[in-house]
Design a protein around this ligand. Structure first.
Ligand code: DGL
Length: 259
């Protein structure tokens, strides 16, 4: 079982930001990645739809022999991970916006969070914010339109720049010193965001924390891969495979799959 793959899914190509962290930390693990790009974005869907799609992705990955599943999508984690954990007998790792480190370290007592509507309206997000960010101004912004642009290969475009300017303006007016990226597509925006934000504003994403959590859960379940042979890494998309391939700099084996 320990030689079986780590299964990873997202609504699209964004979760590759998590896959890359996992592969860097656990280079001899076999991985299988599923980009449900045809159904992206999940962020505007109802909780019921997000659960249904997460079930479909989970079953695909279990059928491929996954030993653990990483829900590399904040929207799917905050809306569906409880259901998945209750219904499947396999460890699940999720990702949530990193409100806690931002709230603990802010000096201006104002932090910005950019995420999907589905994440910002979830119960889990409200619970985390109430727990760690009381007394701190949390400026929430739905990143409407960002995921479709990334899914169509327009990460570094004028359209993206305009959207981000609009979304950052209220946060900067309120003097944030942390910007939390609450969607796994958004780490691909860090080069553009870094140019737009003053140097005092720190960008936080949870990719490395998720990789470390995956490592720790594998270790405690005695599931770390003991084999020294070259890892098998396979990425599937039901959308435009060339966009997935480009975002990974053609370094991995990507295929189209109708699912
Ligand atoms: N990568 C997903 C997330 O982390 C994007 C959500 C979407 O498809 O809207 O939330």
């Amino acid at each position: 079982m320990s030689n079986n793959p780590i299964g990873i899914f997202d609504s699209g190509i964004g979760g590759t930001s998590i896959f890359k962290e996992i592969h860097a930390l656990l280079p001899n693990e076999n991985c299988i990645y599923l980009a449900d790009s045809v159904n992206a974005p999940y962020g505007n869907k109802s909780k019921e739809e997000i659960v249904e799609l997460s079930v479909k992705n989970t079953e695909f990955l279990i059928n491929k022999g996954s030993k653990i599943i990483v829900v590399a999508c904040n929207t799917a984690t905050t809306n569906a991970i409880d259901f998945l954990r209750e219904n499947y007998n396999i460890p699940f790792i999720g990702i949530e916006p990193a409100i806690k480190p931002a709230a603990l370290n802010t000096k201006t007592k104002a932090i910005g969070i950019l995420a999907t509507k589905g994440t910002l309206s979830s119960q889990l997000f409200h619970k985390t914010t109430d727990l760690y960010a009381s007394g701190i101004k949390v400026i929430e912004q739905v990143g409407e339109g960002i995921v479709p642009l990334i899914e169509s290969g327009k990460v570094d475009s004028g359209q993206m720049q305009l959207l981000l300017e609009r979304y950052l303006k209220p946060m900067l007016e309120q003097n944030i010193d942390f910007l939390v990226l609450g969607c796994t597509h958004y780490p691909y925006l860090i080069p553009m965001l870094s140019k737009m934000l003053p140097s005092e504003v720190e960008i936080i994403d949870s990719g490395l924390a998720v990789a470390k959590q995956t490592q720790s859960v594998l270790a405690s379940n005695d599931l770390l891969n003991s084999s020294v042979s070259k890892p098998r890494i396979k990425l599937f998309s039901n959308g435009d495979v060339s966009v997935l391939d480009t975002i990974l700099n053609s370094k991995f084996d990507v295929s189209y799959l109708n699912f």
